[in-house]
Design a protein around this ligand. Structure first.
Ligand SMILES: NC(=O)C1=CN([C@@H]2O[C@H](COP(=O)(O)OP(=O)(O)OC[C@H]3O[C@@H](n4cnc5c(N)ncnc54)[C@H](OP(=O)(O)O)[C@@H]3O)[C@@H](O)[C@H]2O)C=CC1
Ligand SMILES: O=C1OC[C@@H](O)[C@H](O)[C@H]1O
Length: 408
């Protein structure tokens, strides 16, 4: 007899844009993506502004009517029916909010960028270890079947030895006024109080592509000394708010003799003609000694890759479309309701479910160690670019009563 799928009961902390998208993905039928070993339900949501906002959120995403609405993050963290909390606040809040939940003994999936700095990330990991709970940074792209396939191609040696990865993620917020972006200065993209800027918001994805190829796929030495970590060379150009609007990073692994170049900006576009079109060329090039893999679409949600070989097999040998499956029973985005819903965040949720089912405290595809190495790299980029956030959000002192945790 077929086994019942393992069901995860989610609590959603915050009710903004990505919380809505993620929650709707949780409620899609896993069979629409050919998954039948795990499934998800939402048992609670919390808003720092009011209980009524949480009620409205639960209704909007189509959560079961039994789901509880809380007007405080503290109350959510204490709910005994929640298996895992999804933290969906701005970067500035991740450390305090995730710590609130871990301290209460909750498993946590925390949005990217994991924290403001590496010291905060290390403390979250220590707390997860102390409490014996699961913790993962929500870099959804790593769990796309497209990413899994590309990592397989790289480790199989298909394109020879990978020497260089170029990854670009730019979203055009420019206006006719060269000094002004289209966002308000208060928007989390550029607001220093919310740890805004291209690096923490977009650069985390370009670094994800560099790291999932040149670090995750790196063979660890037999002497147990661990994988080589990169040296960082970076340049930052700031917006008038103080946040970075244009950031370039070179990650150099001298012993591997590899480099990753990661660029991100709010002032130009990687895909100027729209998300789905390949006309602008690849957003990521993974260059090996025998060929290369090109990734198309915005690097947080790529939907196509191409394998191009040199020598005997010369030319494009594979072009693979990887559409995001949709659940026809859940209305799609406004104006395209009939197309159904599916954004691609369900794959990371499935990974969380499998880790919880199997008693794992971290994901093999984004370990605590790798999240910290990436945060260390981002600290170094900010150091070289002289980008420091306000003390309240750079602080690594956990305070349950911090304003960042809202009122209790
Ligand atoms: N994986 C992905 O594709 C994406 C990830 N993200 C990440 O998700 C996180 C949230 O982004 P997004 O949903 O776009 O942001 P929003 O501004 O849409 O939502 C953030 C939510 O956080 C809560 N919040 C608490 N305090 C504050 C505050 N001082 N200012 C603003 N919001 C506050 C609010 O919910 P409430 O009042 O109900 O508590 C708010 O709705 C970020 O870390 C971002 O990097 C964002 C977009 C895409
Ligand atoms: O994670 C993200 O991906 C998409 C972007 O639009 C957004 O700013 C960012 O937070």
């Amino acid at each position: 007899m077929a086994q019942e799928p393992f069901t995860v009961r989610w609590g959603i902390l915050a009710t903004g844009g990505i919380a809505t998208t993620f929650a709707k993905d949780l409620l899609t039928n896993p069979a629409t993506r050919s998954v039948n070993d795990v499934r998800h339900t939402i048992v609670a949501a919390a808003s720092s502004s009011s209980e009524s906002r949480a009620v409205e959120f639960l209704k909007d995403v189509g959560a079961p009517t039994s789901a509880k609405a809380y007007g405080s993050y503290h109350a959510l963290a204490q709910d005994p029916n929640i298996d895992v909390v999804y933290v969906a606040t701005p970067h500035s809040h991740h450390f305090q909010n995730a710590m609130l939940c871990l301290t209460a003994g909750k498993n946590v999936l925390c949005e990217k960028a994991f924290t403001v700095n590496a010291a905060q990330a290390r403390l979250l990991v220590e707390k997860a270890k102390e409490k014996g709970v699961f913790l993962m940074e929500a870099v959804w792209t790593r769990y796309f079947p497209l990413s899994v396939k590309i990592r397989e191609l790289v480790t199989s040696g298909k394109i020879g030895t990978v020497v260089k990865v170029n990854a670009d993620l730019c979203i055009n917020g420019s206006t006719d006024d060269a000094e002004k972006l289209s966002f308000s200065d208060k928007h989390r993209a550029v607001n220093m109080d919310l740890a805004g800027g291209a690096l923490l918001d977009l650069g985390i994805y370009t670094l994800t592509w560099v790291f999932q190829i040149l670090y995750l796929c790196q063979k660890a030495p037999a002497d147990g000394s661990g994988k080589e970590k990169p040296k960082i060379l970076a340049a930052i150009d700031k917006y008038h708010t103080g946040a970075d609007a244009l950031t370039s990073i070179i990650c150099h692994w001298p012993k591997q003799r590899t480099m990753g170049i990661a660029t991100s900006s709010w002032r130009v576009a990687t895909t100027p003609d729209g998300e789905g079109s390949p006309a602008a060329g690849p957003a990521c090039r993974i260059q090996g000694t025998k060929g290369e893999i090109q990734v198309f679409g915005p690097l947080y949600r790529p939907t196509m890759y191409r394998v191009i070989m040199f020598g005997g097999e010369r030319g494009v040998v594979e072009e693979v479309e990887c559409p995001i499956p949709k659940d026809p029973k859940i209305p799609g985005v406004k104006g395209e309701e009939e197309l159904g819903w599916g954004h691609g965040m369900f794959w990371e949720a499935d990974e969380v479910a499998r880790c919880l089912r199997d008693g794992k405290k971290q994901s093999d595809l984004l370990t605590w160690e790798e999240s910290i190495v990436i945060m260390d790299a981002m600290d170094e980029v900010r150091k070289q670019g002289d980008l420091v956030y306000p003390q309240e959000i750079e602080s690594d002192v956990y305070d349950e009563k911090s304003p960042l945790n809202g009122s209790s």
